[in-house]
Design a protein around this ligand. Sequence first.
Ligand code: IVH
Length: 703
Amino acid sequence: MTTLDRYNQLKQELHYHLYRYHVLDAPVISDAEYDRLMQELKAIEAEHPDWVTPDSPSQRIGAVVSEKFEKVRHPRPILSLANAFGAEEARAWYERIRKLDVRVETAKFVVEPKIDGLSVVLHYRQGVFVQGATRGDGEVGEEITANLRTVRALPLQIPVQPQPFSAFEHRSQQGQLSLFDTSAVAAMPALPDYLVVRGEVFITHRDFEALNRRLMEAGEKTYLNPRNTAAGSLRQLDPAVTASRPLTILVYQVVYAEQGAQSQLATEIPTSQWETLQWLKSLGFPVTEVARRFDTLDEAIAYVQSWENRRDDLGYEADGFVIKLDDLRLAEALGFVGKDPRGAIAYKFPAREVTTRLLDIEVEVGRTGVLTPRAVLEPVEIGGVVVRNATLHNFDYVAEKDIRIGDRVLVKRAGEVIPYVIGPVVEARDGTEHPYTPPIDCPACGQPVEHFEGEVAWYCVNAACPAQLVRNVEHFVSRNAMDIRGLGIRIVEQLIAAGLVRDVADLYFLTKEQLLCLEGFADKKAENLLTAIRASAGQPLNRLITALGMRGVGEVMAADLSRVYPDLEALSRATAEELQQIEGVGPNIAASIVDWFSRPANRALLQKLKSAGVWPVAGRESAHVSNQPLAGLTFVITGTLPTFSREQAKEFIERHGGKVTDSVSKKTDYLVLGEAPGSKLQKAQALGIPTLDEEGLRRLVQS
Ligand code: IVH
């Protein structure tokens, strides 16, 4: 194979894996394998810079845009939607259009979520993403191509092809299974030379919360809601900033298509909304999975209503569903009123904003010592849930919005996102409200609070602050850190209250006798906890770094650090300048790491961890999450394990690359044996299959 062939193959593969990961949510290779392919691609591009085109997977983050966005005229007007609040208004819409065109009586309807994001228009020439724009006023939008390229779910090249895998053949079959139904694709229209589609860019609830958690830990300003964050991210002049935001996209409309000199949406492309969605999907665009087609409006309405109480299951904010005439030619013929096409209606859900009284503002102390204000509300129901507390983000926010105690405030609760205070209802004031002053001392330990240059947060810097210690230990033992099962917040509080744990290293010096003195501890429970703690001593370096919870150092950063520094000793000697050589480490994080190691209490903590044998060295086990020591091994579990539940054990094995099956066969590599095993043990013995206890299983991962 020539280098150019290999280069093109790599491009295809990388496009495909991004598609698997971000569109299908079903990756077939690990992050490390992906990184390797990307490195190979970049190496070739370094040798042959003239080969690089904007649709290369390496070009997702491009150059900074000159100080403002260019204007783009849309090939056809980008329309809006009229609203219907409730079934009655939806039926009234139907009546209106039925009177205009009798064909409406036999029409079908497509129902799709109305995503609360930003409408964008994407241009593809010869299958390559060449331009993207905001909706703007519907006629002219702003050119945000470079920013849209950073959206991983957006295909840079269509159709996305199922790939012949060069490096990972063994996985490809499983990967291709149900993905492309080739018979269906064959019946699909060919790709036009020039295709313009429309979609909605947004951030999922989960990604939004993770983003805010990260920002909070770094002492930075958190975002108000997913929609504003997505909007702000798309209008960044520096695409690197956009790339750092977890944007995604769903596509739902063909705006324009052109074949050769023939400009038309005429016969070559689908004429129904339902087929449009199938076609877009077959090209590799991310398309909603919950769209449905119905023969009658009543069914369509019933479907929308079925989502009203489970809208959070969508995973992103939808302010309703859109009911569209399936027949796009009929929809077109109906024309529009202002900017609203008659052929579709937005069936809106009740807004999830209410007003209530702000009774008080409490201050919470986080793990890193960040103080955050929290609203104590007169209890109020929002979308079926009683809300008593809401976040106020930070003290600047309270001041900027002039939120006063006693105010009526507007509160929003959307999805799983923590409810937040939007702002005060100033008109409702009667003079009894009083402004809020942030505390100058930590509410938990009474020490003066501090502020760092360039950050919005206020900190309690007292390492011995009890509120921080609880959060610290909680973080240390958490699933993505040292993963000590069975050590919940209650027990953490118990251990700290009893004076048994003054820092995280104390966990490793706990004795059974000590635990037995605590309420609720019997022999078995104490032993299991000690086993789980001991097992965690073998966790790899990246997890220990994560667990120590330095400001601004999350899982990804910890993994990066553990690739460069073999142990904590080496990391502790790193200077801020050295640290900044690592991608993603800016001056703030570098300073925070150096600061962490410079504190005597932390140095003592490291010594203590070392003496307890908690001293992982990178390289013995790859620091990367994709390290899969159990790859290729099949396990069967029987009996009750000391600390893992069945599900947890399964998850543990799978996370490390292994497979879990229900019954013992010749293909089984290990039987994981707990208390009171079933008949599986006999079968395993008969077949000569080795057994492992839980600790043995954990050791297997560490060896
Ligand atoms: S269809 C003729 N479908 O909602 C097509 N719009 O309030 C008109 N939106 O500007 C739009 N999800 O940004 C359509 N599945 C969906 C949508 C959707 C979100 C947005 C779109 C539009 C706004 C109208």
